[in-house]
Design a protein around this ligand. Structure first.
Ligand SMILES: *Cc1c(COP(=O)(O)O)cnc(C)c1O
Length: 394
């Protein structure tokens, strides 16, 4: 099986596809028919690579973490996506899609955001490229993440509260999809993760695949081999994981581990561990694993990290799980916080809470002394200081 890309209808095994309202079909079709040709044109690649290098600050270091390696008695490398402009991997995708929108002649951009990280990345790309930007955000999240709301507004975006349902991320996605149905010709929807109707999961994975492309080159330079023994990343919708795994999924000797948010524990009723708790369903335009009741009502997820607080998972990852190509582990809130404090103390790097879930895998799995373990540090922890402060004296 080829794990990297979906078939022509957007399916990875039984997961994926494009389940959209009829009104949206022309938009989706336009994207499906054109995205590969546009993003692999010489002109696009030249502009995109130039932005990644000179605006985002790529390539990001692949850092051999000596103290962490000693602590776990294995060889640990951190892919430093936290050092990107705006503080996480999300900017790779936001810039790629904004550039694509321009090539399609769209002048208006909409996006959803949970914690505000994707909203900030999108508002940044739109400021740079002179595009109108509207960001849908759950009313509850707007209160929890006020500094990011301020950033988006300073960047010129309009932040619109989503007031339905639980007033959080999934409601913001619904609002964004509704907007797109009403403004199909003028607008491009920059989705923030490797989820949504085909071709979004594949397109986002391709924009993020620069992560594993760099890992291969950097690892070769540093160790003489381009394939690690393990790659590890956290999974919300799955974009940083898709980028980290992309160039390794068809190389069976590279073992893949995905860290999901266990929340207060998978049996606590307050969790976001989608592969552990989900069943086959359709959410936000694609068929995948979804946390839902027997009659298809989406179950509210919970995670201490807003970026992992999502009741679904991208179709690429659902397939990696179903085919047992990747191992999925759930990491509880408390363990993630512990791993964040540990990394900060011994390596001097404050990770995002999301990324800390990937670090926690080190406590759950035994690695050999000579294993090369690459972990994606998807973002920096500045945005999580309020949560970290609460645990400072634990
Ligand atoms: C948004 C976010 C995530 C989760 O999103 P994915 O699409 O699963 O990568 C992970 N880490 C950070 C730092 C984020 O901002």
């Amino acid at each position: 099986m080829n794990y990297q890309n979906p078939d022509k209808n957007g399916y990875y095994g039984e997961f994926g596809g494009a389940f959209v309202a009829e009104m949206l079909y022309p938009n989706i079709k336009e994207l499906q028919d054109n995205y590969l040709e546009i993003i692999y044109s010489d002109e696009f690649q030249r502009e995109f690579k130039d932005l990644l290098k000179n605006y985002v600050g790529r390539e990001t270091p692949l850092y051999f973490a000596p103290n962490l390696s000693e602590q776990y008695n294995t060889k640990i490398y951190l892919k430093r996506e936290d050092l990107n402009h705006t503080g996480a991997h999300k900017i790779n995708n936001a810039l790629g899609q904004a550039l694509l929108a321009k090539k399609l002649g769209k002048k208006r951009i909409i996006a959803e955001t949970g914690a505000g990280q994707h909203g900030v990345a999108t508002a940044t790309a739109c400021a740079l490229m002179g595009l109108e930007c509207i960001v849908y955000m759950g009313e509850v999240d707007m209160k929890r993440q006020a500094p990011n709301v301020a950033r988006m507004e300073m960047l010129g975006a309009k932040v619109v509260p989503a007031t339905s349902g639980s007033k959080t991320l999934k409601d913001a996605v619904n609002e964004a999809l509704r907007d797109w149905i009403n403004n199909p010709t003028t607008t491009h929807y920059i989705i923030g993760s490797s989820v949504g109707p085909h071709p979004f999961p594949d397109m986002v994975a391709r924009f993020q695949s620069v992560i594993s492309e760099e890992i291969k080159t950097q690892l070769k330079e540093q160790t003489g081999r381009e394939n690690p023994d393990y790659v590890i990343a956290c999974v919300g919708g799955g974009s940083n994981a898709a980028g980290t795994f992309y160039h390794f999924v068809n190389t069976p000797e590279v073992k893949i581990i995905a860290a999901e948010a266990g929340g207060l524990g998978i049996n606590s009723g307050k969790s976001a561990a989608t592969t552990a708790l989900g069943t086959l369903g359709v959410l936000h335009g694609s068929q995948s694993l979804v946390m839902q009741t027997k009659d298809g009502q989406v179950i509210e997820p919970h995670s201490i990290s807003a970026g992992l607080d999502y009741p679904g998972i991208g179709p690429m990852h659902a397939n990696l799980y179903a085919q047992k190509r990747a191992e999925f582990m759930s990491v509880d809130d408390e363990d993630a916080v512990k791993s964040a404090f540990n990394l900060t103390k011994i390596e001097g790097i404050i990770p995002a809470l999301e990324s800390a879930h990937a670090l926690s895998v080190l406590d759950k799995k035994k690695f050999n002394e000579n294993d090369i373990v690459v972990i994606c540090l998807s973002g920096r922890g500045d945005k999580d200081m309020e949560t970290y402060l609460k645990h400072l004296n634990d």
